[in-house]
Design a protein around this ligand. Sequence first.
Ligand code: GRF
Length: 203
Amino acid sequence: MLTIGVLISGKGSNLQAIIDAVGRGEITGRVAVVISNKADAYGLERARKAGIEALVIPSRGKERTDFEREVAEALESRGVELVCLAGFMRVLTPYFIRRFKHRIMNIHPALLPSFPGEDAQGQAFAYGVKVTGCTVHFVDEGVDTGPVIVQIPVEVREDDTADTLSGRILEQEHRAFPRAIQLFAEGRLQVTGRKARVLPARR
Ligand code: GRF
């Protein structure tokens, strides 16, 4: 059973998708702790409702490494093996990333390496691409640059607005993240250089 920690800053719909996938047995693991850097993140409510420990560790007014040390200690003391960034709006420093090397996943609302950074859906919409989507990747020391694990494409419709497009991308995020976590839980992800290879399922 994989022990998962989820970091959030906001509404936590991806967190909910992970909780639901665990509940359906689609992830053979458990969420041990949810940590938010914002006290008013709705995701904290979702965690509590699911009986999961919900912690607030404020980032504001703190040295980055002090904040990250607190988060790392909270995760490690609960035996967390995989850290999932689900709408966590802070860039992590190399200190944290090395401490959880190849054990941190992020979800990004575009097909990386297109449209990294903030408001990826708005960037894709403004650019006028016909296909965008979402990406789950391991976190490395760049912003949205780590090895890609799962991508799901989403077609841009002629009558889309940035909002309707974001909504359809979010639906696919909710499928992609649990899938990536389960690949990790099954020991099927092998990182070599910038590639995450998906090994075949063992029978
Ligand atoms: C998602 O679009 C995710 O891709 C991005 O932040 C958003 C978080 O949404 N990193 P939620 O908090 O999971 O609902």
